[in-house]
Design a protein. Sequence first.
Length: 398
Amino acid sequence: MPQRLFKQLNNLQSVKPDLNWQSQLRNSLVTRARIDTIDKQLTFTDHLSLLGMIFYKKYFPSPYKMASALVILLIISGTSIMAQAEYVPSRPLYSVKRGFENVEFVFAVTAEQETQLHLKHAKKRQDEAVKIAADVSNPAQKAENLNRIIKSMEQNIVAVKSGLEIAKDAAIADSTDNQKTVALAKEITESTNIAIQALDQVQSSAPNTATKTVNEARSLAEDTNSISLKFLVDNTNQNIGSEEESSVAAQEVKDFISQKLERSEEKIKQVQTITGNAVNTSVNGKNNVNLQDAVQKTTEAQAIVKEAKNLLNNNDLPQALDKIEKASNITKESTGALNKIIEITDGVFGTSSNEVKPTTTIPQIEPENINQVILNYNSMGVQANQTATYTEQIDLNQ
């Protein structure tokens, strides 16, 4: 039976139906399909069911896709958490950490937000530098890691400085922007104050090969602090304790200036210690002229700082800040003379302290050999590392 049926079916393949019959059958089937589906009026329930199916298919992927996405999200989150704890640039996770930080700039839609991000990242580099400076487990790479982190911090500070300048220009045209810029300047002033303290801490334990980088970062932070503080002073109500509205409280700005004044006084004391130790040695000739110049400039800076303190006590904030800046510039000028003093005190004064080493001679550098001196002088912390060609020894007892 099956064989006979198969044979008959095979014979049907050779049968060619009439074309008119094919056309009528096709039209009949299409009409029936239209009646059963397309032309049918859907009920309210049918519409809800259809919309539900579309919504589910679009917004609720398959369980496998959801599970895969969840696993990927957990991996990324875990990696990010581990990377945030990393602070050594030579380790792989540190690069991952910096990568996540760069992604944050994609979401910074304004110059103010970008500046705040740079400020945030500068704070991270600051904390990393403090940890590395205190870490004694890997002294071989300590200087390299510090230099890398501090230079990155410098880039962030430069960006913050530029961002503040842009914000200041915008504040001139719009009072609303001025309020935002004041808040930004206040944040920058607070952050740079902390950064300067942290860099001083780093400098105290940093290797000699990293001292120059730390000094440059500190000087840049001090300059940025001055710019932001000057803007705050310009937008301050000078009547401290007054109930009048102002952009920023004068007492807050006075406290900021007081911190800057203390740093200036400390710097002058450090310079005086160096010059005082040099005076106690036999310094003569051209070096004595340099010493007298340094002493004179330091004394002048000390007098200006005293004036600044009186102005600050009288709540004259603009004049007090100007005096502090002037004293800082004079102290920086005195470092030119101190450079040559430090050249002749190599072997007498330590590079990490100002105590006199037990020795009976100090080196004398001839003018023709002065260009052979390699000096790395810390203009802020008065710490130096140098080498020189010695042409003779001078007995201190003479």
